[in-house]
Design a protein. Structure first.
Length: 180
């Protein structure tokens, strides 16, 4: 069963995006990843948002509620942009091939992560009380690093979009000119 008006590919991409955000929000997983892949923290030391936004219900460490709510909003931006990208693809290219569907899912995460990274860059610029050049810099760098993380992890959403397939229009599903 699926929601009316939502393509299967869009729902699958939204689910994978939420799953990634939930996994990144788990403290043990995040700690283990950063302990083994310490070089991924170097951009974060310069103020660039780390990885994709993490969905959490409680603040991370001693951070307050404001960063938590901003991070959760970034997850909403990530999912919304990814879903819009995949829905647009499915509606415009109903009979797209497998490779094109895979790439649509992959680029959906890239676009969503870039948009979420731009939001997270704005939040960082506000938190450090940056000037106009800093605002532009944080937004651009946040979007760029978000896109890089989307490029690295986008194959997951691509596979989800591919596995979900594309829908056929209702008129093509009928048994001919006479209908059902």
């Amino acid at each position: 069963m699926r929601l009316p008006g939502i393509e299967r590919a869009a729902a699958a991409v939204a689910g994978v995006c939420l799953l990634l955000a939930l996994l990144l929000g788990l403290t043990p997983l995040r700690t283990a990843f950063t302990a083994h892949e310490g070089m991924t923290l170097v951009p974060s030391a310069l103020g660039v948002p780390f990885a994709l936004p993490a969905l959490r219900t409680v603040p991370f460490g001693s951070t307050g509620w404001t960063p938590l709510l901003c991070e959760d909003f970034a997850v909403a931006v990530l999912v919304a942009v990814a879903v819009v990208r995949v829905r647009r693809h499915v509606r415009r290219h109903r009979r797209a091939g497998r490779l094109r569907r895979l790439l649509a899912g992959w680029t959906a995460l890239i676009a969503g992560a870039a948009a979420a990274g731009a939001w997270r860059g704005m939040v960082t610029a506000r938190m450090v009380e940056s000037g106009p050049a800093g605002w532009v810099g944080y937004v651009v760098v946040g979007a760029a690093f978000g896109a890089v993380w989307g490029l690295v992890l986008g194959w997951l959403t691509g596979v989800a979009a591919l596995a979900a397939g594309s829908e056929q229009p209702r008129s093509a599903a009928g048994s001919g000119p006479g209908g059902d």
